[in-house]
Design a protein. Structure first.
Length: 307
């Protein structure tokens, strides 16, 4: 097992190497054409719907993965920052080998230097010696080396120095814990963003992927999937909900398997990424089908640990 780092804006993590379709080709390249890929999905009637059972999760530029094996240009990985009951080493899946890299300077800096967390919905990275800019997503994070002329100097996964707009980042080794109102305000910045199965990036989120990144931006680590998110934190009665609490929904009128998660925003409402064709929005907990399927709520404090 060896550590690598993601070298594209967003790396799709597939259930197996045979799962990507022809219309997913743009997402498998280096650099990955995420916007082109999404456009192709939108042009295909079943493009986004058929990601179910194919796409598992996503990993952002600069994030680490453990490579546990390689096969025909594909790497079998575990995503250590995404806790999952599927594997104790982190979320499992497959990515193209060409979308990963390793440089010893980056590895060292990742472990020791402050990180530049992208807090804008998206921003542009410019590599030293090049006028080409590369889009990167919300909550991408790179080792921070300093600041010059209102630009953050960062180290990129290939060991090349780059620059980011200082107003689009927060510099910290670990982000400070933010309260529920802050989490709600951050989530509301993504209202209207189309749903994407498996999505954990600001190009498109699924329900639990949105919660995962919003809580990460607030300095709070939670698991990747809704079912796992419902197993930790403090259980909260429905009549004691506060903004920032997670609310969960289950099949069989709330008595079955959990299938959805959102975040309470106050006044009986919650923000969530519902499903394909339904962008991020705010609904009331009393609306159908949410009133019938609500099963529990959890409050995370930032002190939780996972096996």
């Amino acid at each position: 097992m060896s550590i690598r780092f993601v070298d594209v804006a967003v790396a799709n993590v597939w259930l197996s190497p045979c799962n990507p379709r022809d219309l997913d080709a743009a997402s498998l390249s280096h650099p990955a054409d995420v916007e082109g890929w999404l456009a192709r999905l939108d042009d295909d009637e079943k493009g986004r719907i058929d990601l179910v059972g194919r796409l598992e999760t996503q990993v952002l530029y600069g994030e680490p993965v453990w490579v546990v094996g390689e096969e025909d240009g594909w790497a079998e990985i575990r995503v250590p920052e995404q806790h999952s009951s599927k594997d104790e080493g982190g979320y499992p899946g497959w990515v193209p080998v060409r979308q990963l890299t390793f440089h010893p300077d980056y590895h060292q800096a990742w472990q020791t230097e402050p990180l530049a967390f992208v807090t804008a919905p998206r921003t542009l990275l410019r590599l030293e010696g090049s006028e080409t800019v590369h889009p990167i997503a919300f909550m991408s994070k790179l080792p921070w080396l300093g600041e010059v002329d209102d630009e953050a100097i960062v180290l990129t996964p290939r060991g090349i120095v780059g620059r980011l707009p200082s107003e689009h980042i927060t510099v910290s080794r670990t982000l400070p814990i933010a309260g529920g109102e802050v989490r709600v305000a951050t989530a509301e910045r993504f209202l209207g963003l189309p749903y994407l199965w498996g999505g954990t990036s600001s190009y498109g989120f699924d329900c639990s992927g949105l919660m995962y990144r919003i809580f990460e931006s607030a300095g709070i680590r939670i698991p990747r999937d809704a079912g796992d998110q419902a197993c930790y934190g403090e259980r909260v009665p429905a009549d004691e909900l506060r903004p920032g609490d997670l609310v969960f929904f289950a099949h069989n009128e709330g008595r079955g398997k959990i299938h959805h998660v959102g975040m309470y925003v106050g006044n009986g409402a919650f923000i969530h990424s519902p499903r394909t064709g339904h962008p991020i929005r705010i609904n009331r907990l009393s609306e159908d089908p949410y009133g019938q399927e609500f099963c529990l709520a959890r409050r995370y404090h930032g002190s939780e640990t996972f096996p």
